[in-house]
Design a protein around this ligand. Structure first.
Ligand code: ADP
Ligand code: ASP
Ligand code: MG
Length: 522
């Protein structure tokens, strides 16, 4: 009798669906009614703007204040807010499920204490007496409910996939309720919306796929609110099945939620507010002086996201392409920076390369078989094995008698390998990194490959893939050499030739062109 418990709206006590009418927290109606600007009323015919704030943009009181200022400035452009769990909470919720699966339900619940306290500190700092009391009660309910779920998992670990999603979804439920209350407190007409009534998915818990019903459901819930000049606030990352069971879209999935919602309501723009000033020329954790790319095409952005640029979830771009909606990536700590605009077409950069992405933790699998020579049907059989084990392949290269494939999810590797061995000799290499050089016009620019490989000619490179997409040159290196390879490539394409000191560190000291995490604080 566990599943009926999971249907939201029936058993999830704290969440407030739109049918309940509001954020669940008392609104300061008088302020809202008197300060609503004329422009906001006139804007009712405008297309909405979806604004998604990631975990670091809502990590503490200062971050909530920044978000409030940003939303206030955008109040005339019919904003719809999508928000992640407060920074670090999703990791903690997942760790708590692991602890519960190991049988320690008390320890599992304890892991979350400090994160509930963080919510309470923000609520205390930013909410008035009434709405603060309502949020304290919401947190109490969530805590009690999660404690119960930990106990169920500890005694029946097989129940964990749907229960894990149920628990993890509290991250976005709480952040969205808290943000809606903070916005209301500041005179902005926000309404907390349960995103599970909008984003309808299949039952693939932990990585659910949105279904077509999402469009109608989202429109039904959001359009009346927009018409009434309200600001809907939804949690990203979460959805529900047709039976009303909670699901999640996969790590980093709030960007995807924002794009799905934006596409459903025909948004003017989908804005991804994060902790860096847009999509940068490389991962700033490897190249601290990476620079903002002003404009990217959908195609370039999708390749960068797919090959490791964490700033965008890889599935974010498709809904935007479907409806031709621009996506803008901006910095919630420096909102005056223009960030990166992603549109259907962008000009090639003068040096052709726009950015370098990398993705660690890759496993490569090489299958060698003389049976492949001149035979048809071999590749089909090979891919069927990956299909059976539900394992996605990123890059593929072939020779006459062997095929190399890369995967980033190796949980079924042993079983996969056993089945592949029926087709040929199998060699597996773990701890590899995919490096991807991205830019419109790459395929038609002579000399690019020579420049790339000459600067890393002392690093062992494999699985080179060039030309399958017009915007991308991809290859594999050992994880231990990824940092130095990315830093050197960044130097030749964005900073002039390599400097001698990079041989020691792989990364040169940050330059004044840094991407300015904290240039302008609202
Ligand atoms: P959020 O919590 O806002 O969703 P994420 O942590 O998911 O933020 O994504 C932002 C982070 O992505 C940045 O802090 C940066 O470290 C990382 N990142 C990796 N590659 C890139 C890139 N090419 N451009 C910008 N950020 C990148
Ligand atoms: N909170 C979720 C995560 O950390 C979703 C997101 O932030 O995009 O993965
Ligand atoms: Mg993210």
């Amino acid at each position: 009798m566990i599943f009926p418990l999971l249907r939201f709206g029936a058993a999830v006590v704290f969440c407030t669906t739109i049918s309940a009418g509001a954020s669940g927290i008392p609104l300061r109606q008088s302020k809202e009614a008197t300060s609503r600007p004329q422009a906001e009323l006139q804007a009712i015919d405008m297309k909405p703007t979806v604004m998604k704030f990631g975990g670091t943009s809502v990590e503490d009181t200062t971050a909530f204040r920044n978000v409030t200022s940003i939303v206030r400035l955008a109040a005339g452009s019919r904003p719809v807010i999508v928000v992640s769990a407060i920074g670090g909470f999703t990791n903690a919720l997942l760790a708590s499920v692991e602890r519960a699966i190991a049988g320690d339900s008390r320890g599992a619940s304890k892991l979350l204490d400090k994160h509930f306290e963080r919510h309470l500190v923000i609520a205390k700092d930013l909410l008035g007496k009434e709405s603060h009391a309502a949020f304290v009660s919401l947190i109490g309910d969530a805590r009690g409910k999660i404690r119960q779920l930990h106990k169920i998992i500890a005694s029946h670990p097989v129940t964990s996939p749907p229960l894990q999603d149920e628990i993890v979804a509290y991250g976005e439920q709480l952040s969205s309720q808290l943000l809606a209350a903070v916005l209301c407190e500041n005179g902005l007409g926000a309404r907390g919306v349960d995103a599970r009534s909008c984003v309808k998915t299949d039952e693939n818990y932990g990585s659910a796929a949105p279904q077509g019903e999402t469009v109608e459901a989202t429109r039904t819930v959001l359009l009346p609110l927009l018409k009434a000049a309200k600001i809907p606030v939804l949690g990203g990352f979460i959805g529900s099945t047709a039976r009303g069971v909670t699901t999640t879209l996969g790590r980093g999935g709030s960007d995807y939620s924002a794009a799905l919602i934006g596409a459903a309501i025909g948004a003017r723009e989908i804005q991804i507010w994060t902790d860096v000033s847009g999509v940068l020329t490389a991962d700033p954790r490897l190249v601290p002086h990476a620079q903002t790319i002003p404009v990217l095409s959908y195609h370039e952005a999708a390749e960068l996201a797919y090959f490791g640029a964490k700033v965008l979830h890889p599935k974010t771009i498709q809904p935007a392409i479907d409806q031709n909606i621009p996506v803008r990536v901006c910095n919630s700590r420096a909102p005056k920076n223009r960030g990166t605009l992603i549109v259907s077409e962008s000009e090639a950069a003068p040096q052709t390369v726009k950015a370098i992405a990398h993705k660690n933790g890759i496993t490569t699998v090489q299958v060698t078989s003389a049976r492949m020579l001149g035979a048809y049907g071999f590749l089909r059989k090979l891919f069927e094995v990956f299909d059976q084990h539900r394992t996605a392949v990123d890059v593929v290269t072939t020779s006459e008698v062997s095929v190399s494939l890369s995967i980033d999810e190796a949980s079924s590797l042993d079983a996969l390998k056993a089945d592949l061995e029926k087709l040929g000799k199998v060699e597996v290499e773990a701890q590899r990194t995919i490096i991807s050089i991205v830019g419109e016009g790459l395929r038609n620019t002579p000399g690019i490959a020579a420049r790339v490989f000459s600067v890393i000619n002392d690093i062992n490179v494999s699985m080179i893939s060039f030309g399958s997409s017009s915007v991308n040159l991809t290859f594999m290196v050992d994880e231990a050499q990824a940092a130095i390879a990315v830093a050197r490539l960044h130097q030749i394409f964005f900073e002039g030739s390599p400097q001698p000191d990079d041989e020691l560190t792989g990364v040169r000291a940050a330059s004044p062109r840094a991407h300015n995490r904290e240039e302008v604080v609202v």
